[in-house]
Ligand binder design. Structure first.
Ligand SMILES: [Mg+2]
Length: 376
């Protein structure tokens, strides 16, 4: 079997109601899928985290490294491609593009061996993953606290036992939002806060100290990802567990953050960190650094499927009668193509999501939906 084609598919939808994180305004949803075709007709799918057009261009620039090779040589293809680009690519689009390629190669391997990816990667510790609802962005022009309360109340009603809201809109405003959401969802629902690196260490410390009384499960990306010493300071300056890592691409960036004791919880994204191959290596890094691993997930059903296979293979740490599963990030913000591009949507039931058990990623792409959501 050899690889004959690599195609990218950009999906795009302009939002009727744009929404904001601490620094970004989302006016559209856009994602890049990777399709790898083999000479025997086997096709694999992957997805890249981040700006779709940059990812598509970067995947295309890697095609000559990959076409003509055996798709089952996943690790050699990864290393050869990364090495070709590493001088300018230790972080960013080289990793996100390579992620999409790597996931597509694992999808091909699963189809070739007629096994789900989690089985090929050593087997599942679990195939039912408890999910948390991600949302709580600020709709442009709306009252953030009010919007968060409405959205998170609906998520709890829908069966989620854990929810995450966005902060980074000013210390006093954020504390008011957190308080309103905690009051609305009650004491038994886990609540996480995500600043999308919208604070410096002074304001993040203030948020952590003042939000702690509302029983916060973790404080995500409090400061910019380059500020490793600020991350470390925050673990000592305030009481909430610190989470981060969705932009620390590759094993080296993650190792540096772990060595500096930056986080209580590491959050790699399989579509950004370098794919399933690289994500698997971080399991060992987290184990030896005694850090909890709770992956980041943001994208379409392809990203969700890849994320689910990764969640399945993360060992309980430590194994016990009461062992915890890493929570699955389940985006509840509006995205009309997220599930439309697969024939069987990946949905939650009462806040639990099943890992697809078909060959490879275990999903089937709907090509009509790809056309429907292609940019004009
Ligand atoms: Mg985040």
């Amino acid at each position: 079997m050899i690889i004959t084609e690599i195609n990218t598919h950009i999906l795009y939808h302009e939002l009727e109601t744009p929404f904001q994180s601490s620094f970004s305004t989302f006016a559209a949803r856009h994602h890049c899928l990777v399709e790898i075709v083999c000479d025997d007709g086997t096709i694999g799918w992957g997805e890249c985290l981040g700006p779709a057009d940059i990812n598509a261009a970067t995947v295309k620039s890697m095609a000559s490294m990959i076409i003509g090779r055996n798709p089952l040589d996943i690790e050699p293809i990864w290393l050869d491609t990364y090495n070709q680009f590493r001088d300018q690519g230790q972080r960013g689009p080289i990793h996100t593009a390579l992620s999409g390629i790597d996931i597509a190669l694992w999808d091909i391997a699963g189809k070739h061996y007629n096994a789900p990816i989690y089985q090929l990667m050593g087997g599942a510790y679990r195939t039912e993953i408890p999910a948390y609802a991600t949302g709580g962005f600020k709709p442009v022009g709306a009252d953030h606290a009010k919007a968060c309360v409405e959205e998170m109340t609906a998520c709890v009603k829908d069966g989620f036992k854990a929810v995450k809201i966005k902060i980074g809109f000013g210390v006093n405003a954020d504390i008011a939002t957190i308080k309103a959401v905690r009051n609305a969802i009650g004491a038994d629902i886990a609540l996480m806060i995500d600043a999308n690196h919208g604070y410096d260490v002074i304001d993040a410390t203030a948020i952590g100290r003042r939000a702690a009384e509302f029983n916060i499960e973790w404080f995500e990306e409090p400061v910019i990802p380059e500020a490793l010493t600020s991350y470390t300071d925050l673990r000592h300056n305030q009481p909430i567990p610190i989470a981060g890592g969705e932009t620390w691409h590759g094993r080296y960036a993650n190792e540096e953050a772990l060595k500096q004791n930056c986080v209580d919880i590491l959050q790699p994204d399989v579509c950004g960190v370098g794919g399933l191959s690289e994500a698997r290596k971080l399991i060992t890094l987290c184990e030896v650094h005694h850090v909890r691993l709770v992956p980041h997930v943001w994208g379409t059903a392809v990203a969700l499927a890849a994320g689910l296979h990764f969640h399945a293979i993360i060992p309980p740490s430590p194994p016990s009668h009461n062992q915890r599963s890493p929570l699955l990030e389940f985006d509840r913000t509006y995205n009309p193509f997220r599930q439309a591009i697969v024939k069987a949507p990946i949905e939650h039931k009462n806040g639990i999501v099943s890992v697809p058990n078909g060959p490879g990623l275990g999903i089937e792409i709907d090509r009509d939906a790809l056309k429907q959501f292609a940019p004009i």
